[in-house]
Design a protein around this ligand. Structure first.
Ligand code: CTP
Ligand code: MG
Length: 227
Protein backbone atom coordinates (compact mmCIF):
# COMPACT_ATOMS: atom_id res chain seq x y z
CA UNK A 1 0.00 0.00 0.00
CA UNK A 2 1.59 3.17 -1.09
CA UNK A 3 -0.50 6.25 -1.64
CA UNK A 4 -2.72 8.71 0.17
CA UNK A 5 -6.20 9.48 -1.10
CA UNK A 6 -8.17 12.69 -0.58
CA UNK A 7 -11.91 12.58 -1.29
CA UNK A 8 -13.55 16.01 -1.76
CA UNK A 9 -17.06 15.56 -0.34
CA UNK A 10 -17.79 19.05 0.99
CA UNK A 11 -20.16 20.28 -1.70
CA UNK A 12 -23.87 20.93 -1.38
CA UNK A 13 -25.07 19.27 -4.58
CA UNK A 14 -27.04 22.25 -5.86
CA UNK A 15 -27.59 20.79 -9.31
CA UNK A 16 -29.05 17.62 -7.78
CA UNK A 17 -31.78 19.73 -6.22
CA UNK A 18 -31.95 17.59 -3.06
CA UNK A 19 -32.34 18.91 0.49
CA UNK A 20 -28.83 17.85 1.53
CA UNK A 21 -25.36 16.99 0.26
CA UNK A 22 -25.97 14.70 -2.73
CA UNK A 23 -23.28 12.30 -1.46
CA UNK A 24 -25.67 11.28 1.33
CA UNK A 25 -28.43 10.31 -1.12
CA UNK A 26 -29.17 6.60 -1.46
CA UNK A 27 -28.07 4.67 -4.55
CA UNK A 28 -29.35 1.09 -4.36
CA UNK A 29 -29.64 1.28 -0.56
CA UNK A 30 -26.22 2.78 0.11
CA UNK A 31 -25.25 6.45 0.31
CA UNK A 32 -23.23 7.59 -2.73
CA UNK A 33 -20.19 8.28 -0.55
CA UNK A 34 -20.23 4.70 0.75
CA UNK A 35 -19.90 3.33 -2.80
CA UNK A 36 -16.93 5.63 -3.43
CA UNK A 37 -15.23 4.60 -0.19
CA UNK A 38 -15.81 0.89 -0.79
CA UNK A 39 -14.03 1.09 -4.15
CA UNK A 40 -11.12 3.00 -2.61
CA UNK A 41 -10.81 0.52 0.24
CA UNK A 42 -10.84 -2.42 -2.15
CA UNK A 43 -7.81 -0.96 -3.93
CA UNK A 44 -4.61 -2.48 -2.55
CA UNK A 45 -2.77 0.70 -3.48
CA UNK A 46 -4.44 3.05 -1.03
CA UNK A 47 -2.97 3.24 2.46
CA UNK A 48 -4.74 6.27 3.96
CA UNK A 49 -7.98 8.12 3.17
CA UNK A 50 -8.92 11.71 4.00
CA UNK A 51 -12.58 12.59 3.48
CA UNK A 52 -13.12 16.34 3.10
CA UNK A 53 -16.54 17.42 4.36
CA UNK A 54 -18.59 20.21 5.90
CA UNK A 55 -18.91 19.89 9.71
CA UNK A 56 -22.73 19.69 9.52
CA UNK A 57 -22.32 16.45 7.53
CA UNK A 58 -19.82 14.85 9.94
CA UNK A 59 -22.41 12.82 11.90
CA UNK A 60 -23.75 11.25 8.67
CA UNK A 61 -20.20 10.68 7.39
CA UNK A 62 -19.28 8.91 10.65
CA UNK A 63 -22.25 6.59 10.20
CA UNK A 64 -20.99 5.76 6.70
CA UNK A 65 -17.48 5.05 8.00
CA UNK A 66 -18.95 2.63 10.54
CA UNK A 67 -20.52 0.63 7.72
CA UNK A 68 -17.07 0.02 6.19
CA UNK A 69 -15.25 -3.16 6.94
CA UNK A 70 -11.67 -1.92 6.93
CA UNK A 71 -8.58 -1.29 8.99
CA UNK A 72 -7.40 1.51 6.71
CA UNK A 73 -7.21 4.86 8.50
CA UNK A 74 -9.97 7.28 7.45
CA UNK A 75 -9.73 10.93 8.54
CA UNK A 76 -12.27 13.73 8.42
CA UNK A 77 -10.97 17.04 7.10
CA UNK A 78 -12.93 20.30 7.07
CA UNK A 79 -13.93 21.51 3.59
CA UNK A 80 -13.91 25.01 2.16
CA UNK A 81 -16.37 27.09 0.15
CA UNK A 82 -15.07 25.82 -3.22
CA UNK A 83 -13.74 22.46 -4.35
CA UNK A 84 -10.34 24.08 -4.77
CA UNK A 85 -10.37 25.35 -1.16
CA UNK A 86 -11.50 21.92 0.05
CA UNK A 87 -8.61 20.16 -1.71
CA UNK A 88 -6.14 22.73 -0.36
CA UNK A 89 -7.34 21.94 3.17
CA UNK A 90 -6.89 18.26 2.38
CA UNK A 91 -3.32 18.77 1.18
CA UNK A 92 -2.50 20.63 4.39
CA UNK A 93 -3.83 17.67 6.40
CA UNK A 94 -1.69 14.98 4.75
CA UNK A 95 0.64 13.16 7.13
CA UNK A 96 4.36 13.72 6.66
CA UNK A 97 4.80 10.48 4.69
CA UNK A 98 2.05 11.54 2.26
CA UNK A 99 4.37 12.44 -0.56
CA UNK A 100 2.13 11.06 -3.32
CA UNK A 101 -1.53 11.96 -3.33
CA UNK A 102 -4.56 10.85 -5.29
CA UNK A 103 -7.59 13.13 -5.34
CA UNK A 104 -10.93 11.55 -6.19
CA UNK A 105 -14.34 13.23 -6.11
CA UNK A 106 -16.81 11.65 -3.70
CA UNK A 107 -19.38 12.12 -6.46
CA UNK A 108 -17.57 9.66 -8.78
CA UNK A 109 -18.91 6.60 -7.01
CA UNK A 110 -18.58 4.17 -9.94
CA UNK A 111 -14.78 4.26 -10.18
CA UNK A 112 -13.44 0.70 -9.80
CA UNK A 113 -10.64 -0.53 -7.50
CA UNK A 114 -8.73 -1.40 -10.70
CA UNK A 115 -8.78 2.27 -11.70
CA UNK A 116 -7.32 3.27 -8.32
CA UNK A 117 -4.63 0.60 -8.73
CA UNK A 118 -3.79 1.86 -12.23
CA UNK A 119 -3.55 5.42 -10.92
CA UNK A 120 -1.26 4.40 -8.06
CA UNK A 121 1.05 2.71 -10.54
CA UNK A 122 1.11 5.83 -12.72
CA UNK A 123 2.02 7.97 -9.74
CA UNK A 124 5.17 5.91 -9.20
CA UNK A 125 6.68 7.49 -12.33
CA UNK A 126 4.68 10.68 -13.06
CA UNK A 127 4.71 14.08 -11.36
CA UNK A 128 1.07 14.61 -12.22
CA UNK A 129 -1.70 12.83 -14.13
CA UNK A 130 -5.44 12.67 -14.53
CA UNK A 131 -7.73 9.80 -15.42
CA UNK A 132 -9.48 10.75 -18.65
CA UNK A 133 -11.34 9.22 -21.60
CA UNK A 134 -11.38 10.26 -25.27
CA UNK A 135 -14.47 12.36 -26.05
CA UNK A 136 -17.08 10.77 -28.29
CA UNK A 137 -18.96 13.92 -29.22
CA UNK A 138 -17.81 16.60 -31.60
CA UNK A 139 -17.08 19.59 -29.38
CA UNK A 140 -17.81 23.18 -30.44
CA UNK A 141 -16.28 26.38 -29.08
CA UNK A 142 -19.15 28.86 -28.91
CA UNK A 143 -19.30 32.60 -28.35
CA UNK A 144 -22.84 33.70 -27.52
CA UNK A 145 -24.81 31.48 -29.88
CA UNK A 146 -22.26 31.25 -32.65
CA UNK A 147 -19.64 28.57 -33.17
CA UNK A 148 -16.16 30.00 -33.40
CA UNK A 149 -14.18 26.79 -33.70
CA UNK A 150 -14.39 22.98 -33.94
CA UNK A 151 -11.29 21.50 -32.31
CA UNK A 152 -9.84 18.27 -33.69
CA UNK A 153 -11.39 15.50 -31.61
CA UNK A 154 -8.17 13.47 -31.67
CA UNK A 155 -6.79 15.93 -29.12
CA UNK A 156 -9.83 16.08 -26.83
CA UNK A 157 -10.14 14.06 -23.64
CA UNK A 158 -12.79 14.32 -20.92
CA UNK A 159 -11.17 14.83 -17.51
CA UNK A 160 -12.15 12.56 -14.63
CA UNK A 161 -10.77 11.80 -11.21
CA UNK A 162 -8.64 10.23 -9.72
CA UNK A 163 -6.01 12.86 -10.37
CA UNK A 164 -2.59 12.16 -8.88
CA UNK A 165 0.36 14.37 -7.98
CA UNK A 166 3.59 14.65 -6.08
CA UNK A 167 1.98 16.27 -3.05
CA UNK A 168 4.54 19.03 -2.41
CA UNK A 169 4.33 20.19 -6.04
CA UNK A 170 0.53 20.34 -5.91
CA UNK A 171 0.58 22.11 -2.56
CA UNK A 172 2.91 24.77 -3.97
CA UNK A 173 0.59 25.22 -6.95
CA UNK A 174 -2.37 25.70 -4.57
CA UNK A 175 -0.36 28.24 -2.54
CA UNK A 176 0.40 30.18 -5.70
CA UNK A 177 -3.29 30.05 -6.69
CA UNK A 178 -4.29 31.62 -3.37
CA UNK A 179 -1.61 34.29 -3.80
CA UNK A 180 -2.61 35.16 -7.38
CA UNK A 181 -6.37 34.56 -7.12
CA UNK A 182 -6.55 31.69 -9.64
CA UNK A 183 -9.84 29.81 -9.60
CA UNK A 184 -10.00 26.49 -11.43
CA UNK A 185 -12.25 23.43 -11.46
CA UNK A 186 -9.66 20.70 -11.10
CA UNK A 187 -6.19 20.21 -9.65
CA UNK A 188 -4.59 19.44 -12.99
CA UNK A 189 -5.42 22.99 -14.11
CA UNK A 190 -3.28 24.40 -11.26
CA UNK A 191 -0.41 22.08 -12.16
CA UNK A 192 -0.70 23.24 -15.78
CA UNK A 193 -0.76 26.90 -14.74
CA UNK A 194 2.54 26.57 -12.88
CA UNK A 195 4.08 24.87 -15.92
CA UNK A 196 4.28 21.30 -14.61
CA UNK A 197 3.50 18.29 -16.82
CA UNK A 198 0.20 16.47 -16.39
CA UNK A 199 -0.16 13.14 -18.15
CA UNK A 200 -3.20 11.04 -19.06
CA UNK A 201 -4.10 7.69 -17.55
CA UNK A 202 -6.96 5.80 -19.20
CA UNK A 203 -10.11 6.38 -17.16
CA UNK A 204 -13.39 4.48 -17.36
CA UNK A 205 -16.45 5.19 -19.49
CA UNK A 206 -18.64 4.34 -16.52
CA UNK A 207 -16.74 6.63 -14.11
CA UNK A 208 -19.39 9.32 -14.26
CA UNK A 209 -19.81 12.15 -11.79
CA UNK A 210 -23.19 12.12 -10.09
CA UNK A 211 -24.42 15.65 -10.73
CA UNK A 212 -28.14 15.53 -11.59
CA UNK A 213 -31.01 13.11 -10.84
CA UNK A 214 -30.51 11.56 -14.32
CA UNK A 215 -26.96 10.59 -13.33
CA UNK A 216 -28.33 8.74 -10.30
CA UNK A 217 -30.64 6.71 -12.54
CA UNK A 218 -27.76 5.87 -14.92
CA UNK A 219 -25.50 4.92 -11.99
CA UNK A 220 -28.16 2.59 -10.63
CA UNK A 221 -28.42 0.89 -14.02
CA UNK A 222 -24.62 0.45 -14.28
CA UNK A 223 -24.30 -0.98 -10.76
CA UNK A 224 -27.13 -3.46 -11.36
CA UNK A 225 -25.41 -4.62 -14.56
CA UNK A 226 -22.20 -5.22 -12.60
CA UNK A 227 -23.77 -7.51 -10.05
N1 CTP B 1 -16.74 19.66 -3.31
C1 CTP B 1 -16.00 19.94 -2.15
N2 CTP B 1 -16.05 21.22 -1.61
C2 CTP B 1 -16.80 22.18 -2.20
C3 CTP B 1 -17.53 21.90 -3.38
C4 CTP B 1 -17.47 20.61 -3.92
O1 CTP B 1 -15.33 19.08 -1.61
N3 CTP B 1 -16.86 23.38 -1.62
C5 CTP B 1 -16.73 18.26 -3.82
C6 CTP B 1 -18.13 17.67 -4.00
O2 CTP B 1 -18.59 17.14 -2.75
C7 CTP B 1 -17.93 16.62 -5.07
C8 CTP B 1 -16.74 17.15 -5.87
O3 CTP B 1 -16.17 18.23 -5.12
O4 CTP B 1 -17.59 15.33 -4.56
C9 CTP B 1 -17.15 17.61 -7.26
O5 CTP B 1 -18.05 18.70 -7.14
P1 CTP B 1 -19.53 18.77 -7.72
O6 CTP B 1 -19.86 17.54 -8.48
O7 CTP B 1 -19.69 20.10 -8.36
O8 CTP B 1 -20.41 18.68 -6.37
P2 CTP B 1 -21.24 19.84 -5.66
O9 CTP B 1 -20.42 21.10 -5.65
O10 CTP B 1 -21.70 19.28 -4.37
O11 CTP B 1 -22.49 19.98 -6.65
P3 CTP B 1 -23.09 21.34 -7.28
O12 CTP B 1 -21.94 21.99 -8.05
O13 CTP B 1 -24.20 20.87 -8.16
O14 CTP B 1 -23.54 22.19 -6.13
MG1 MG C 1 -19.84 22.07 -7.52
Amino acid sequence: MTCHLLIPAAGSGKRMGADRNKLLLPLIEKPILLWTLEAAIASEAIAWIGVIGQPHDYPEFQKIFHRLNTTKPIHLIQGGTTRQASVFNGLKSLPSNGDRVLIHDGARCLATPQLFDRCDKALQTMQGFIAAVPVKDTIKIVDGQTIVDTPNRDHLWAAQTPQGFQADLLKNAHLKAVELGWEVTDDAALFEKVGLPVQIVMGEETNLKITTPQDLAIAEFILKQRN
